[in-house]
Design a protein around this ligand. Structure first.
Ligand SMILES: Nc1nc2c(c(=O)[nH]1)N[C@H]1C(S)=C(S)[C@@H](COP(=O)(O)OP(=O)(O)OC[C@H]3O[C@@H](n4cnc5c(N)ncnc54)[C@H](O)[C@@H]3O)O[C@H]1N2
Ligand code: MOO
Length: 374
């Protein structure tokens, strides 16, 4: 029995536990999930700063300029009295007693003195106005984005506690596959191997092995124990050359998902080997393999990597010819809150997926309405 698509995705999400937490230097954390929240080690700003190039002033004008301070200078050792001003650069610490900063273009000098409209507090970035020391800035489970890296640096971090990247090994099977040159009768180009690395963000690809349709070679390849996840391509079906299910049974694997009520990709599978390593079986048809990556592999990798599940993104899709019993994954382009099919979506062809912005999840019986986007 093929498992309903949503249940299959949830099963993949629940099939493993997040990998151990490791401390990594900031650049290496990009794309990983935080194993603990990022807390500010110090307040930002650490002292009152000027937000403009101009003058820090005290009280009402006109003011006499009594000094100058630049970004990078220590806090001036003076207390600015009423009627006094300090020249300031953007980011410079303002002297204590400053009540406002007036931008240089808003000042007019009159007889050696400055006059301007100075609104109290204007253009001063107060100590701690962005955050205080100890504030949690980003919660555990969040993906470390470029902005998270910058934020963590600003808050004083040199390293971040993240979950280890899942290690993935890819096994591409098929006597008929070519890895370069022109396809011709009897030979097809491997279209799955080239697409997989780009679908493994947040994981580490240890390598790709190309095998003929040979059960003992497949069993040997599945013994590779440096990988947390083994991804096989092809051999999921019931043909004479499709050995994956027999080999998994011989290895004592527990099959968590043996097939999914999904078009394309229904022969996809997810199994756990006795030592805890996971096997995701992608069907040989390339678009079916793509559907299986999004249904089983990505949720599994996200869980192993410690990523919190994100709320679904949806859009409105018309009647595109739903399947009676199975979920369809349909390549679509997006415009505003609407999506439209791009076509070219037969299981053996990645043409539609290549033109699409996303895949729409079209449940059985869909006649038009909100659908989830992958
Ligand atoms: N009797 C049945 N036959 C099939 C069924 C079924 O339910 N009963 N399901 C069909 C569906 S749906 C799919 S999908 C495929 C899955 O087949 P396998 O995972 O066993 O893969 P193969 O048989 O090796 O190949 C299928 C097809 O894809 C081509 N292929 C394989 N690998 C690649 C690759 N890396 N790059 C490009 N193309 C590849 C291969 O040449 C075949 O044409 O089973 C159906 N059959
Ligand atoms: O669903 Mo297969 O996965 O049609 O090509």
């Amino acid at each position: 029995m093929n498992m309903p698509w949503k249940l299959a995705r949830q099963t993949a999400r629940n099939a493993a536990k997040p990998l151990d937490a490791v401390e990594v230097v900031l650049p290496d954390a990009l794309g990983l999930a935080l194993a603990g929240g990022v807390r500010a080690l110090v307040a930002q700003p650490t002292c009152d700063l000027s937000a403009m190039d101009g003058y820090a002033v005290a009280g009402a004008g006109p003011w006499t300029v009594v000094g100058r301070v630049a970004a990078g200078d220590p806090v001036p050792g003076v207390v600015l009295g009423d009627g006094k001003a300090f020249g300031v650069g953007t980011g410079a610490p303002v002297p204590r007693g400053s009540t406002a900063v007036v931008p240089v273009e808003a000042c007019s000098p009159t007889g050696g003195r400055l006059t301007a409209n100075a609104l109290p507090g204007k253009h001063i970035r107060r100590r701690g106005e962005d955050w205080s020391a100890g504030d949690e800035l980003v919660p555990a489970g969040s993906r470390v984005s470029p902005a998270v890296l910058g934020l963590a640096a600003a808050a004083g971090h040199d390293t971040l506690l993240t979950h280890r990247r899942p290690r993935v090994a890819v096994i591409v099977t098929g006597d008929e596959l070519l890895h370069s040159g022109l396809p011709h009768p009897g030979r097809v180009r491997d279209a799955i191997g080239p697409m997989l690395p780009g679908l493994l963000s947040g994981a580490e690809l240890l390598g790709t092995t190309h095998l003929r349709d040979d059960p003992s070679a497949l069993a040997d390849a599945l013994a590779f124990d440096a990988a947390d996840v083994l991804v096989t391509c092809g051999a999921t079906s019931v043909g004479r050359a499709d050995h994956l299910r027999h080999v998994l049974a011989e290895l004592g694997a527990e099959v968590l998902v043996g097939g999914v009520a999904c078009r394309p990709g229904h022969p996809m599978l997810l199994a756990v080997l006795p030592d805890g390593r996971c096997v995701v079986g992608l069907p040989g048809n390339p678009f079916a393999a793509y559907a299986a990556v999004l249904t089983l592999l990505r949720p599994l990798l996200d869980t192993l990597g410690g990523h919190t599940a994100r709320p679904p993104v949806t859009a409105w899709l018309g009647d595109v010819g739903a399947h009676r019993t199975d979920t369809r994954l349909v390549p679509v382009t997006r415009s505003g809150g609407l999506v439209a099919p791009v076509g070219h979506d037969r299981p053996g062809s990645l043409w539609g997926a290549a033109l699409a912005d996303v895949l729409a999840v079209v449940p059985p019986g869909h006649r038009g309405g909100e659908v989830e986007l992958l």
